[in-house]
Design a protein around this ligand. Structure first.
Ligand code: HEM
Length: 447
């Protein structure tokens, strides 16, 4: 499915109008959005077309779109005229987070941060990534049932703490890991749906109190790590992202402040570790159900051919879209969508899930078929696991290296058996992970 048929844009008395959407109360829409997103979105898409309006209490109306022409216009053109719509993440990430900056500041910050996340630079981490994954997989014994998503979480967190934050002290790693792991708990995820519960510090509100004391402790530890990095005599030879960020300067020679660095580190860990771990959990679940893919991964590795593992990682992220809504923006000038003109009073959100399952773009969309990515690149704006435009995922190169390494190491080291049917998606904050926690049985270890 490509763009919707164009009609004349509707502009009534200079005011924006929005595409139609479900008439049910916004609270009911919020419950469906939180607990039944996949069916809710598919039903609305079938009823209203590629673009429809979602209404959630306490949020501006959101035009949900799978219209690739609208997405192209959203991701291109003047970046200063598109603002993020990520405000609900503010209590967790802090107002200096890359995800939350206003357009002009955001562009300047991205310029500073692109070098450490560039593919070339990130590739130097490949060996360490593979080493840690190998170590984890070697602990899996034949006959054992392994929950691969939590195992992958521990590995991706260690990798981010070491490679991105430059934390090598095991005690500090443990303290930070404890805090970030507790953020993954459902009680803390709840904050994402009830931002007002967390937005204010209040002594009587237990959820708010425990949330803010966790954030305070996290900030203290991160500021200590930033101070130690600034003072490190080996700073210029360090390979981690924080060491590069501390040294980065804009055209006027100005670097990032401690508070900016702190919010950025929280963002990088929050955006980067559970997303990648979920992808690994999904990937291993799919491998357990598709032994022919495992065999092909082994053959490709024996031939030194990297293209099949690359295609497999892409197919995992298509079939099991971790962020079904993979971008959210406020458009600061009138924006045409489905024959309507949308303005800054609404958000436009990208329905990557529908695009990834469109049979015109991906024949037999429910099938796990890595080969489809060997046949040529996807059509424009048809593959959006990492969003796009000015806010496109900064860590996509690192995530890809981690996912490819995990798929390859698991395929090379174990014969897998599924423990049940393919996993269903379960919500974890804004992402979706395998409900069975990526549980597989290790049938045999391969020499
Ligand atoms: C499979 C794993 C991952 C997935 C599926 C994923 C997906 C996404 C998506 C959909 C966005 C929003 C893009 C948009 O608004 O257009 C995003 C943003 C971001 N991601 Fe990732 N991500 C992953 C891993 C990572 C990693 C490993 C890191 C860093 C260590 C990271 C850092 C970020 C940052 C900093 C942003 C905000 C960029 C900005 O606002 O300019 N992500 N990611």
């Amino acid at each position: 499915m490509t763009s919707t048929a164009r009609e004349a844009p509707v502009l009534r008395a200079g005011r924006a109008t929005l595409p139609p959407g479900p008439a049910m109360p916004s609270v009911v829409q919020a419950l469906r959005y939180a607990f039944d997103l996949h069916r809710f979105f598919a039903a609305n898409r079938a009823r209203y077309g590629a673009s429809w309006t979602l209404r959630l209490p306490g949020f501006p109306p959101s035009v949900v779109t799978a219209d690739r022409d609208a997405i192209r216009r959203l991701f291109t053109g003047d970046a200063l005229l598109k603002r993020h719509a990520n405000d609900l993440l503010q209590p967790l990430l802090g107002s200096n987070s890359l995800l939350l900056l206003e357009p002009a500041q955001h562009l300047a910050r991205r310029r500073l941060e692109l070098a450490p996340f560039h593919g070339e630079r990130i590739r130097s981490y490949t060996e360490r990534v593979r080493d840690l994954i190998e170590r984890e997989v070697r602990t899996w014994a034949p006959g054992q049932s392994v929950e691969t998503h939590p195992r992958a979480q521990a590995v991706t967190l260690t990798l981010i703490l070491e490679l991105v934050l430059g934390v090598t002290d095991p005690r500090l790693q443990r303290s930070l890991a404890e805090i970030f792991e507790s953020m993954n708990r459902p009680r803390n995820n709840l904050g994402l749906f009830l931002p007002s519960v967390l937005a204010k510090r209040s002594g009587w509100n237990l959820l708010s109190r425990s949330f803010w004391s966790m954030i305070d402790r996290l900030h203290r530890l991160l500021l200590e790590q930033i101070a130690a990095t600034r003072a490190d005599p080996r700073l210029t030879s360090r390979q981690d992202v924080l060491a590069m960020l501390v040294q980065a300067r804009d055209e006027d020679g100005v670097g990032l402040t401690d508070d900016e660095l702190r919010d950025e580190l929280v963002t990088l860990v929050a955006a980067g570790h559970d997303t990648t771990a979920s992808a690994i959990g999904w990937g291993v679940d799919l491998l357990a159900h598709h032994p022919h893919v495992v065999r092909r991964l082994r053959d490709a590795a024996a031939d030194g051919d990297r293209s099949y593992v690359g295609a497999t990682a892409k197919e995992v992220l298509r079939l099991r879209t971790i962020l079904p809504v993979s971008a959210a923006r406020r458009v600061l000038e009138p924006f045409e969508i489905a024959g309507h003109m949308v303005g800054p009073e609404a958000a436009v959100v990208v329905d990557a899930e529908s695009i990834h399952h469109d049979p015109e773009l991906y024949p037999a969309p429910a099938a796990f078929r890595p080969e489809r990515f060997l046949e040529g690149p996807p059509e424009d704006y048809a593959y959006l696991p990492f969003g796009g435009g000015a806010h496109r995922c900064l860590g996509s190169a690192l995530a890809t290296i981690e996912l490819e390494a995990a798929l390859e190491v698991v395929a090379l080291r174990c014969d897998l058996e599924p423990v049940g049917p393919p996993a269903r998606p379960v919500r974890r904050g804004v992402t979706f992970a395998p409900a069975n926690r990526g549980r597989v049985r290790i049938a045999a270890a391969v020499a």
